[in-house]
Design a protein around this ligand. Structure first.
Ligand SMILES: *Cc1c(COP(=O)(O)O)cnc(C)c1O
Length: 346
């Protein structure tokens, strides 16, 4: 049987580059421009993000999410500090110790909460259980929006976390690998779930939204951004031909392509969920709120799906994870559902 790589719900980063980003890249290739982010595209993209968030934030572009998170967290604290995150957080499970490395040893403290979301109580517990000199001093909370299991923090939940953070003088970092999907699903202004909810720094992913690469590190708290460009340069994250990261970002920002891409991915996931929900021996594991469906399927069905060429992961959230992207099609969702139905009824 031929295995097509496009028959996949493995990840939103299996997708290609969306046409608007691709065209902007071609446009940026038409003439020479200054290097290291001194070009007009980078200015435009940063201004575009300031307009999007409706505030005067500091914006930096790096190659990938691990670097964005690691460098942003390193900017928040010192090596003797700690960062509170959910036990399923990407910074804990999938960044190979990047945040600890970039900060020269700051420790991650793992909190809990249902559906992949850190609760205010869990944060409070981690901050207050020890305050002595032998315990790394909590300095930040890191939240993933949408979470690793595809759920969302509401503006109210973010404010409750901000209250705890204020009581203990903690900064808030947001891993926005799927920030666009969160904005689309919550139907809020991007400001509502960032600076208006007390987020100090956001790592906003372009990659999973439709770029080849490139994440924006957006500081709402200017103090934290001090000397950040040197941190990026030292870490090998300052692109010399920066315009090939920033021009595609312009392609996403103009006409709200980023939001359309996210809405499309979310709608595909909703269709997938609707088709799976009522099937026998199928359980939706986490509430489907953004562009991922987490589902328990019988082992035999999973391996038969793989034999039919479908790719998806199991290692995140403990069940089959089905991710949709800007390039997922309804027809692809329907082919998958038809295969699942056929296998379950065999
Ligand atoms: C994809 C992802 C990242 C970024 O991963 P990179 O491979 O380093 O770009 C960060 N956080 C979450 C939750 C992700 O899903």
């Amino acid at each position: 049987m031929s295995v097509s790589a496009s028959e996949q719900f493995a990840s939103d980063n299996y997708s290609g580059v969306c046409p608007q980003a691709w065209n902007a890249m071609a446009e940026a290739n038409r003439m020479d421009e200054p290097a290291y982010g001194e070009d007009r595209w980078t200015q435009r993209a940063a201004d575009g993000l300031r307009a999007l968030f409706d505030t005067d934030c500091d914006v930096y572009f790096v190659f990938n999410g691990t670097a964005a998170n690691s460098l942003a967290l390193a900017a928040i604290g010192q090596s003797f500090h700690s960062v509170i995150c959910h036990e399923l957080a990407h910074i804990e499970t999938d960044e190979c110790g990047g945040p600890e490395y970039a900060s020269n040893g700051a420790k991650l403290l793992l909190g809990q909460g249902p559906n992949g979301k850190l609760t205010p109580e869990s944060i409070e517990h981690l901050v207050t259980k020890r305050t002595d000199i032998h315990y790394p001093k909590p300095k930040a909370v890191s939240l993933t929006q949408a979470t690793e299991v595809g759920t969302l923090y509401t503006p109210e939940e973010l404010k409750a976390i901000r209250d705890v953070a204020d009581r203990h003088r903690l900064s808030i970092h947001m891993d926005g690998a799927r920030f666009a999907n969160a904005v689309a699903a919550l139907d809020v202004h991007p400001a509502e779930i960032t600076w208006k909810a007390g987020v100090d720094v956001l790592c906003f992913s372009g990659t999973k939204n439709g770029l080849a690469m490139g994440e924006a590190v957006v500081f709402f708290n200017h103090d934290l951004a001090e000397d950040f460009e040197w941190r990026c340069k030292q870490a090998g994250q300052l692109a010399s031909k920066m315009r090939f990261i920033s021009a595609p970002w312009c392609g996403l920002l103009e006409q709200d392509v980023w939001l359309e891409n996210a809405r499309h991915a979310n709608a595909c996931a909703a269709r997938l969920e609707a088709g799976l929900r009522d099937l026998p021996n199928v359980t939706i594991r986490y509430p489907r709120q953004a562009n991922g469906v987490f589902v328990d399927l019988p082992e035999t069905v999973q391996s038969a799906l793989r034999d039919r060429g479908w790719r998806f992961y199991n290692f995140i959230g403990g069940c089959a994870r089905l991710m949709c992207s800007w390039s997922t099609t309804e027809a692809q969702v329907d082919r998958f559902l038809a295969d699942v139905r056929a296998l379950l009824l065999e």
